[in-house]
Design a protein around this ligand. Structure first.
Ligand code: SAM
Ligand code: SF4
Length: 462
């Protein structure tokens, strides 16, 4: 297959962009009309360096969020299954040449202990993460997914298991599909092939094409719920932002459906980090790039992670991020040791994270800021795939499904896991949202379900 990434084309869009105030405002309005942006239009936003325009772009992203997505934020946690790795990614602590790192693959018992600890904190959605190693083949991955779904601790259960693992062949993807994974996520790291070659110094991951076409193989195997991402800081952020968009276009053109989510990790300190620092993305550039991404793909889920410090998180949440991780501990085996890490042991981890707060601290803060933390998995379990797209495009979908389900999963959390102070604040928020709803039979049905949650019923959804 001919690569859909053409660096000359992408640089052409960036270098030829001449943003005027009028044009930038037109582009923002187009996005606010719920239309996706072209590469050319996005390049104009990327090149709009006038501080007044940058502010307008950020305001545009905020308005879009208010208009379309409301106040829900879905929470998940990453769980590292194994850090054996044959690759030599210059930015990653798990690279095969790093002898300082302690190599661990969770045993089945250790995996169960991790999942119990996560359930006891109130988690319902996980992403399992693996190094690239022959031991972590599709069957192994499917086995770990099966274990995670089977673990029950008190009222806890994991209802959605996503995967971030190395690319597979079509048969491999079929195996993990049969294990009922949620989203299969893989990051291209950088779409710039020459830079890609400079930072991937050994192992299978050196093969740019094999990675770029991974999600096409996943599609062929029937996995249509996929997540893409770029690791910002390896190359010029403007190029990789357009690379993500080009990847999205490719998907829409060939499969008629875009990626379910886009991630935008930024490089963090890691054991034996060894990269050229000239493309490091500042906080100001980072918040700007996320606002542009929101406007460019108004209907795709955006994932923000604990790699980012809380101040950056707080700003970016206003641009319509759909999912964040909470209570994250990326130390191998870390969740079962203690509920949440106060300090990090960098020799057990892939990289440094910047947000070490517990799940409850994050829940509490989100509630205080007026967000509705959600653990909803209803679409996936009712076979409604592509929920971010439906939220966006189906009139009334958020009112009918997303918000009520968010409130129901919040109520479960408040009943089962929240300390009293969070519980009080949480129920005040639930009441406020009920007060804002029209008086009709649907509202009554939600109130009925909320009462059932208080009486001990679980896993109720619309
Ligand atoms: N080994 C698989 C792979 O490389 O695709 C799976 C997961 S890897 C453990 C998850 C992601 O972490 C990578 O795709 C990369 O984008 C990100 N990552 C690696 N090193 C990082 C660092 N120093 N800072 C921030 N993110 C990093
Ligand atoms: Fe291995 Fe993934 Fe780290 Fe690369 S990013 S060294 S493939 S774990």
């Amino acid at each position: 297959m001919k690569s859909f990434i053409d660096p000359d084309e992408i640089w052409g869009f960036i270098n030829n962009a001449r943003p005027t105030k009028e044009r930038v405002r037109e582009i923002i309005s187009k996005s606010l009309d719920k239309q996706r942006l072209t590469l050319e239009e996005t390049a104009l936003l990327v090149q709009a360096n006038d501080p007044e325009l940058v502010e307008e772009i950020k305001q545009g992203a905020k308005i879009l969020k208010e208009k379309v997505y409301g106040q829900r934020i879905v929470l998940f946690a990453p769980l590292y299954i194994g850090n054996l790795c044959i690759n030599k990614c210059a930015y990653c602590g798990f690279k095969s040449t790093n002898e300082a790192i302690r190599r661990i693959t969770l045993t089945n018992d250790e995996l169960v202990a991790q999942v119990k600890a996560l359930e006891d904190a109130g988690q319902k959605r996980l992403i399992l993460v693996y190094g690239e190693h022959p031991k972590y083949d599709a069957k192994f991955i499917a086995g770990t997914v099966g274990i995670v779904y089977s673990v029950r601790s008190g009222p806890g259960e994991i209802r959605r298991v996503n995967i971030n693992a190395a690319p597979m062949d079509i048969d491999g993807f079929r195996i993990i599909k049969d294990a009922k994974i949620g989203t299969y996520q893989i990051f291209q790291e950088t779409y710039h092939e020459d830079t890609y070659a400079k930072v991937h110094l050994g192992g299978i991951k050196r093969n740019y094409e094999w990675r770029l076409t991974a999600l096409d193989r996943a599609q062929e195997a029937g996995i249509d719920d996929v997540g893409i991402g770029a690791l910002f800081g390896l190359y010029d952020w403007r190029f990789d932002l357009l690379g993500l968009l080009r990847h999205t276009n490719h998907f829409e053109a060939v499969y008629n459906v875009g990626p379910h989510t886009i991630s935008f990790p930024r490089i963090q300190y890691a054991s034996q980090l060894n990269i050229d620092k000239s493309h490091i993305v500042t906080d100001a550039e980072f918040t700007r790039l996320v606002a542009i991404l929101r406007l460019a793909v108004p209907y795709t889920g955006l994932i923000l992670t604990a790699r980012e410090p809380s101040a950056v998180r707080d700003e970016i949440l206003q641009f319509g991020v759909s999912q964040i991780d909470g209570g994250t501990n990326i130390e191998m085996g870390g969740y079962a040791k203690k509920e949440h890490a106060e300090t990090q042991d960098i020799d057990l981890e892939q990289f440094q994270i910047n947000d070490n707060r517990s799940l409850n601290e994050i829940m509490d803060e989100l509630i205080q800021q007026g967000y509705i933390p959600s653990f909803c998995t209803s679409c996936y379990r009712r076979g409604r795939t592509g929920e971010h797209f439906m939220e966006f495009s189906v009139p009334g979908f958020i009112k009918r499904f997303c918000q009520p389900n968010a409130l129901l999963t919040l109520a479960e959390y408040l009943e089962d896991y929240a300390p009293e102070a969070t519980k009080i604040k949480g129920y005040q928020l639930v009441q406020k949202k009920l007060d804002e709803m029209d008086e009709d039979s649907f509202k009554n049905s939600l109130i009925e379900k909320l009462d059932q949650v208080k009486e001990g019923k679980r896993d109720l959804y619309f």
